[in-house]
Write a protein that binds this ligand. Structure first.
Ligand SMILES: [Zn+2]
Length: 68
């Protein structure tokens, strides 16, 4: 096999609260290892969100030429 390398950039991925549409959500507990459910809370209004196997904010990497 041949190694292939390319430049990537880090991006921060946030989730905007479904209720107030202003605040960002923040993880407020541990991921359930069976279901993957991860509790989050809006930093402004406190509305609770649950995501499966993802948490916010998080850092992703994309190729420098990739379109967001
Ligand atoms: Zn909110």
């Amino acid at each position: 096999m041949t190694e292939v390398k390319r430049k990537v950039q880090a991006i921060e991925v946030n989730y905007v609260c479904d209720k107030c549409k202003h605040g960002m959500v923040e993880r407020c507990g541990d991921t359930d290892t069976k279901t993957g459910f991860t509790p989050h809370k809006c930093m402004i209004c406190g509305h609770e969100h649950t995501f499966k196997w993802v948490s916010y904010p998080r850092i992703d990497y994309i190729g420098e030429d990739d379109v967001l």
